[in-house]
Design a protein around this ligand. Structure first.
Ligand code: ADP
Ligand code: MG
Length: 272
């Protein structure tokens, strides 16, 4: 994969307009389920700054995906609200893009056509150029006419990320995007995501089960409680950027990991 060098002025001009601050106030989501209501999120108050890279950890079923889905506008709050740059989120919008754990590419479209869905969605009048740019950025130019099933898992996720970023979103919502990848591929994808983020400055909310991944990527880590989910640890990541995988041996890394894991273990035990 190559870093982005095409049209840096265009990208910077778009980014200058980019904001992407998120706020939730007393956010609660209750799902009716066979007569038994499931409270997926409880009284969640969050403030995420524009351009911040926030990772979310927490036991399975604690409401991480629900939180992302509310911010994406896919799921309605039962009470409380979520805001993007001060505007209440009530529906999906192209300024918020989601990347899922399993790729959500259209199998009958090629790599190029899948990525082009992004610029077409925002009626980008330079859709072809933008698509070329993002194909190049994720290193898939040679595979532009391949179909998703002809790609490896890592390549499929790269297409998903390219498509999500090709709308120049203010907010990138990533729900365990590398969870299905092997360890080596995951490390490579993490590095590339940081390069993209450095270039684009989108706000990123990244859900993961992997504490190392959360620390490697984030400015800040949120740990959520067992269901019903609420934020029980909100901690700044002190590790300087740029980072390499060598941070895994840094004492500050170990200390941060210990603090996160203490809470995760405690919360996971409550599921038993
Ligand atoms: P996580 O992503 O942390 O694993 P989710 O946000 O997917 O958790 O789910 C939180 C809780 O809400 C779980 O108990 C889950 O079963 C429930 N839930 C999620 N989506 C729905 C839905 N559409 N209908 C009913 N229950 C749901
Ligand atoms: Mg989930």
């Amino acid at each position: 994969m190559t870093t982005i060098n095409k049209d840096p002025e265009t990208i910077r001009a778009r980014n200058r307009k980019t904001l992407g601050a998120i706020k939730t106030e007393d956010l609660e989501v209750i799902f009716p389920s066979n007569g038994l209501d499931v409270m997926a999120l409880k009284k969640t108050d969050l403030t995420i700054s524009s351009g911040e890279f926030v990772c979310i950890l927490g036991p399975s079923g604690c409401g991480k995906s629900t939180l992302l889905n509310v911010i994406a506008g896919f799921v309605d709050a039962t009470s409380g609200s979520a805001f993007l740059d001060g505007n209440k989120i009530e529906s999906p919008g192209s300024e918020r893009s989601m990347v899922f754990q399993q790729h959500s590419l259209l199998p009958w479209k090629t790599v190029r056509e899948n990525i082009a869905l992004g610029p077409e969605l925002i009626k980008d009048n330079e859709a072809t150029k933008t698509t070329d740019h993002f194909l190049d950025m994720v290193g898939l130019k040679k595979f532009e006419h391949h179909y998703p099933e002809q790609l490896s898992g890592g390549m499929q996720q790269r297409v998903g990320i390219a498509r999500a970023m090709a709308t120049y979103p203010k907010v990138l919502l990533m729900d365990e995007p590398f969870g299905a990848l092997d360890y080596q591929t995951r490390l490579v994808m993490q590095e590339h995501l940081l390069q993209l983020w450095a270039e684009f400055n989108s706000t990123v909310l990244f859900v993961t089960h992997d504490t190392d991944e959360a620390i490697f990527l984030s400015d800040r880590i949120l740990v959520m409680s067992a269901s019903p989910g609420r934020v029980v640890l909100d901690i700044e990541n002190p590790l300087p950027r740029p980072r390499t995988q060598l941070i895994f041996t840094d004492p500050a890394f170990i200390e941060l990991k210990r603090r996160c894991m203490e809470i995760i273990i405690k919360e996971s035990m409550q599921l038993r």
